[in-house]
Design a protein around this ligand. Structure first.
Ligand SMILES: Nc1nc2c(ncn2[C@@H]2O[C@H](COP(=O)(O)OP(=O)(O)OP(=O)(O)O)[C@@H](O)[C@H]2O)c(=O)[nH]1
Ligand SMILES: [Mg+2]
Length: 205
Protein backbone atom coordinates (compact mmCIF):
# COMPACT_ATOMS: atom_id res chain seq x y z
CA UNK A 1 0.00 0.00 0.00
CA UNK A 2 2.80 2.43 1.00
CA UNK A 3 4.51 1.67 -2.27
CA UNK A 4 1.35 2.40 -4.25
CA UNK A 5 0.98 5.77 -2.50
CA UNK A 6 4.57 6.58 -3.38
CA UNK A 7 3.89 5.82 -7.04
CA UNK A 8 0.92 8.21 -7.10
CA UNK A 9 2.95 10.91 -5.36
CA UNK A 10 5.70 10.49 -7.96
CA UNK A 11 3.14 10.89 -10.73
CA UNK A 12 1.69 14.09 -9.23
CA UNK A 13 5.08 15.50 -8.17
CA UNK A 14 5.87 16.27 -11.78
CA UNK A 15 3.66 19.26 -12.32
CA UNK A 16 3.70 22.65 -13.99
CA UNK A 17 1.50 25.73 -13.79
CA UNK A 18 0.69 26.56 -17.41
CA UNK A 19 -1.14 29.82 -16.73
CA UNK A 20 -4.32 31.69 -15.86
CA UNK A 21 -6.87 32.36 -18.56
CA UNK A 22 -10.04 34.40 -18.62
CA UNK A 23 -11.69 32.17 -21.24
CA UNK A 24 -11.26 28.51 -22.20
CA UNK A 25 -10.56 29.81 -25.73
CA UNK A 26 -7.31 31.41 -24.49
CA UNK A 27 -5.81 28.14 -23.18
CA UNK A 28 -2.90 27.36 -25.55
CA UNK A 29 -2.93 24.16 -27.57
CA UNK A 30 -1.14 21.24 -25.93
CA UNK A 31 -0.66 17.57 -26.73
CA UNK A 32 -2.08 16.61 -23.32
CA UNK A 33 -5.51 15.37 -24.24
CA UNK A 34 -7.01 14.58 -20.82
CA UNK A 35 -8.36 17.05 -18.35
CA UNK A 36 -10.31 17.19 -15.11
CA UNK A 37 -11.41 20.22 -13.11
CA UNK A 38 -12.32 21.35 -9.60
CA UNK A 39 -15.47 23.41 -9.17
CA UNK A 40 -17.53 24.45 -6.18
CA UNK A 41 -18.69 27.40 -4.15
CA UNK A 42 -16.15 30.01 -3.23
CA UNK A 43 -13.86 29.06 -0.32
CA UNK A 44 -14.80 25.36 -0.45
CA UNK A 45 -11.13 24.35 -0.78
CA UNK A 46 -10.51 23.81 -4.51
CA UNK A 47 -7.04 25.37 -4.63
CA UNK A 48 -6.06 23.65 -1.35
CA UNK A 49 -7.11 20.29 -2.79
CA UNK A 50 -4.92 20.87 -5.83
CA UNK A 51 -1.95 21.61 -3.57
CA UNK A 52 -2.65 18.49 -1.48
CA UNK A 53 -2.84 16.31 -4.59
CA UNK A 54 0.40 17.64 -6.01
CA UNK A 55 2.08 17.71 -2.57
CA UNK A 56 2.99 21.35 -3.04
CA UNK A 57 2.19 24.19 -0.69
CA UNK A 58 1.82 26.98 -3.17
CA UNK A 59 1.15 25.61 -6.65
CA UNK A 60 -2.37 27.03 -6.50
CA UNK A 61 -3.04 30.21 -4.53
CA UNK A 62 -5.34 29.69 -1.56
CA UNK A 63 -6.91 32.25 0.74
CA UNK A 64 -9.16 32.71 3.75
CA UNK A 65 -10.99 35.36 1.74
CA UNK A 66 -13.53 33.84 -0.67
CA UNK A 67 -13.19 34.78 -4.33
CA UNK A 68 -9.41 34.25 -4.50
CA UNK A 69 -9.40 32.38 -7.82
CA UNK A 70 -10.91 34.45 -10.63
CA UNK A 71 -9.71 32.71 -13.77
CA UNK A 72 -9.14 29.30 -15.33
CA UNK A 73 -5.86 28.02 -13.86
CA UNK A 74 -4.23 25.21 -15.78
CA UNK A 75 -1.85 22.75 -14.10
CA UNK A 76 -0.14 20.09 -16.18
CA UNK A 77 0.46 16.82 -14.34
CA UNK A 78 3.24 14.58 -15.61
CA UNK A 79 2.59 15.65 -19.23
CA UNK A 80 -0.41 13.29 -19.07
CA UNK A 81 -3.38 15.17 -17.65
CA UNK A 82 -4.36 18.74 -16.79
CA UNK A 83 -6.04 19.68 -13.54
CA UNK A 84 -8.02 22.90 -13.81
CA UNK A 85 -8.62 25.07 -10.76
CA UNK A 86 -11.70 27.21 -11.42
CA UNK A 87 -13.13 30.26 -9.66
CA UNK A 88 -15.78 29.60 -7.04
CA UNK A 89 -19.45 30.39 -7.59
CA UNK A 90 -22.14 31.59 -5.20
CA UNK A 91 -20.08 34.18 -3.39
CA UNK A 92 -22.48 36.91 -2.23
CA UNK A 93 -19.85 39.57 -1.60
CA UNK A 94 -18.67 40.03 -5.19
CA UNK A 95 -20.74 42.30 -7.42
CA UNK A 96 -23.63 40.83 -9.41
CA UNK A 97 -21.81 41.68 -12.66
CA UNK A 98 -18.67 39.86 -11.46
CA UNK A 99 -20.71 36.85 -10.27
CA UNK A 100 -22.37 36.56 -13.66
CA UNK A 101 -19.04 36.95 -15.44
CA UNK A 102 -17.51 34.13 -13.39
CA UNK A 103 -20.43 31.75 -13.85
CA UNK A 104 -20.31 32.32 -17.64
CA UNK A 105 -16.55 31.64 -17.59
CA UNK A 106 -17.07 28.38 -15.64
CA UNK A 107 -20.05 27.15 -17.66
CA UNK A 108 -18.49 28.03 -21.05
CA UNK A 109 -15.40 26.10 -20.06
CA UNK A 110 -17.31 23.01 -18.87
CA UNK A 111 -19.67 22.93 -21.82
CA UNK A 112 -17.12 23.50 -24.57
CA UNK A 113 -13.81 22.07 -23.46
CA UNK A 114 -13.68 18.81 -25.42
CA UNK A 115 -10.80 17.23 -23.49
CA UNK A 116 -12.58 17.66 -20.12
CA UNK A 117 -13.45 14.12 -19.06
CA UNK A 118 -14.26 14.50 -15.37
CA UNK A 119 -15.52 17.22 -13.04
CA UNK A 120 -14.87 17.18 -9.28
CA UNK A 121 -17.60 19.19 -7.57
CA UNK A 122 -16.51 20.19 -4.08
CA UNK A 123 -18.95 20.67 -1.20
CA UNK A 124 -17.90 22.07 2.19
CA UNK A 125 -18.96 19.37 4.70
CA UNK A 126 -20.06 21.96 7.24
CA UNK A 127 -22.05 24.07 4.76
CA UNK A 128 -23.65 21.22 2.79
CA UNK A 129 -25.41 21.55 -0.58
CA UNK A 130 -26.75 24.99 -1.49
CA UNK A 131 -29.03 26.11 -4.33
CA UNK A 132 -26.01 27.27 -6.34
CA UNK A 133 -24.66 23.68 -6.14
CA UNK A 134 -27.98 22.28 -7.38
CA UNK A 135 -27.85 24.74 -10.31
CA UNK A 136 -24.33 23.46 -11.10
CA UNK A 137 -25.39 19.81 -10.79
CA UNK A 138 -28.30 20.44 -13.18
CA UNK A 139 -25.93 22.19 -15.56
CA UNK A 140 -23.51 19.20 -15.50
CA UNK A 141 -26.42 16.87 -16.10
CA UNK A 142 -27.64 18.93 -19.06
CA UNK A 143 -24.15 18.82 -20.62
CA UNK A 144 -23.84 15.07 -19.80
CA UNK A 145 -20.55 15.68 -17.98
CA UNK A 146 -19.37 12.92 -15.66
CA UNK A 147 -18.68 14.18 -12.16
CA UNK A 148 -17.71 13.15 -8.64
CA UNK A 149 -18.40 14.92 -5.37
CA UNK A 150 -15.67 15.80 -2.88
CA UNK A 151 -16.97 16.56 0.60
CA UNK A 152 -14.22 18.88 1.91
CA UNK A 153 -13.00 20.07 5.34
CA UNK A 154 -14.36 17.02 7.18
CA UNK A 155 -12.13 17.99 10.13
CA UNK A 156 -14.63 20.78 10.86
CA UNK A 157 -17.51 18.44 11.70
CA UNK A 158 -18.05 15.25 13.69
CA UNK A 159 -17.86 11.76 12.25
CA UNK A 160 -21.64 11.40 12.60
CA UNK A 161 -22.30 14.67 10.85
CA UNK A 162 -19.96 13.63 8.02
CA UNK A 163 -21.87 10.34 7.62
CA UNK A 164 -25.15 12.26 7.56
CA UNK A 165 -23.86 14.66 4.87
CA UNK A 166 -22.56 11.77 2.78
CA UNK A 167 -25.89 9.91 3.02
CA UNK A 168 -27.96 12.95 2.09
CA UNK A 169 -25.72 13.72 -0.88
CA UNK A 170 -25.92 10.11 -2.09
CA UNK A 171 -29.69 10.34 -1.83
CA UNK A 172 -29.70 13.52 -3.94
CA UNK A 173 -27.45 11.78 -6.47
CA UNK A 174 -30.36 9.51 -7.42
CA UNK A 175 -31.42 12.48 -9.57
CA UNK A 176 -28.09 12.41 -11.41
CA UNK A 177 -27.68 8.69 -12.05
CA UNK A 178 -26.24 9.06 -15.55
CA UNK A 179 -23.46 11.48 -14.66
CA UNK A 180 -22.64 10.91 -10.97
CA UNK A 181 -19.60 8.66 -10.49
CA UNK A 182 -18.34 8.68 -6.90
CA UNK A 183 -18.05 10.57 -3.61
CA UNK A 184 -14.83 11.35 -1.70
CA UNK A 185 -14.28 12.81 1.76
CA UNK A 186 -11.25 15.07 2.23
CA UNK A 187 -9.22 16.96 4.77
CA UNK A 188 -6.25 18.61 3.16
CA UNK A 189 -4.17 19.32 6.25
CA UNK A 190 -4.04 15.67 7.30
CA UNK A 191 -4.10 14.38 3.72
CA UNK A 192 -7.31 12.42 4.28
CA UNK A 193 -8.96 11.16 1.12
CA UNK A 194 -6.20 12.55 -1.07
CA UNK A 195 -4.87 9.18 -2.18
CA UNK A 196 -8.30 8.06 -3.44
CA UNK A 197 -8.69 11.24 -5.49
CA UNK A 198 -5.15 10.86 -6.86
CA UNK A 199 -6.02 7.31 -7.87
CA UNK A 200 -9.10 8.44 -9.78
CA UNK A 201 -7.23 11.23 -11.57
CA UNK A 202 -4.40 8.83 -12.40
CA UNK A 203 -7.00 6.47 -13.85
CA UNK A 204 -8.29 9.24 -16.13
CA UNK A 205 -4.82 9.99 -17.55
N1 LIG B 1 -10.20 23.11 8.19
C1 LIG B 1 -9.91 22.99 6.90
N2 LIG B 1 -9.71 24.09 6.16
C2 LIG B 1 -9.44 23.93 4.83
C3 LIG B 1 -9.35 22.65 4.21
N3 LIG B 1 -9.10 22.83 2.89
C4 LIG B 1 -9.02 24.18 2.71
N4 LIG B 1 -9.23 24.86 3.85
C5 LIG B 1 -9.21 26.33 4.06
O1 LIG B 1 -10.30 26.92 3.37
C6 LIG B 1 -9.95 28.23 2.89
C7 LIG B 1 -10.25 28.34 1.41
O2 LIG B 1 -9.41 27.46 0.70
P1 LIG B 1 -9.12 27.64 -0.87
O3 LIG B 1 -8.41 26.38 -1.29
O4 LIG B 1 -8.49 28.95 -1.18
O5 LIG B 1 -10.63 27.63 -1.44
P2 LIG B 1 -11.13 27.83 -2.95
O6 LIG B 1 -12.30 26.91 -3.13
O7 LIG B 1 -9.99 27.66 -3.90
O8 LIG B 1 -11.63 29.35 -2.90
P3 LIG B 1 -11.91 30.37 -4.14
O9 LIG B 1 -10.69 30.37 -5.00
O10 LIG B 1 -12.13 31.66 -3.43
O11 LIG B 1 -13.13 29.89 -4.84
C8 LIG B 1 -8.45 28.41 3.24
O12 LIG B 1 -8.36 29.18 4.42
C9 LIG B 1 -7.97 26.98 3.46
O13 LIG B 1 -6.86 26.89 4.35
C10 LIG B 1 -9.55 21.48 5.05
O14 LIG B 1 -9.50 20.32 4.62
N5 LIG B 1 -9.83 21.73 6.37
MG1 LIG C 1 -9.25 28.94 -5.32
Amino acid sequence: MANKNKNFNNFFNTNKFLGSFSSYLDIPYSKIDKECCFIGRSNVGKSSLLNAITKTKKLAKTSKTPGRTQSINVFEINNKINIIDLPGYGFAKVSKVMREKLIILIEDYIENRDKLSHVFLLIDAKVGIKNSDIDMLDFLNNCSKKFSIVLTKIDKISYNHTSFQKKSILSLMKNYRKTFQDIYLSETKKNKGINEIQKTIYGLS
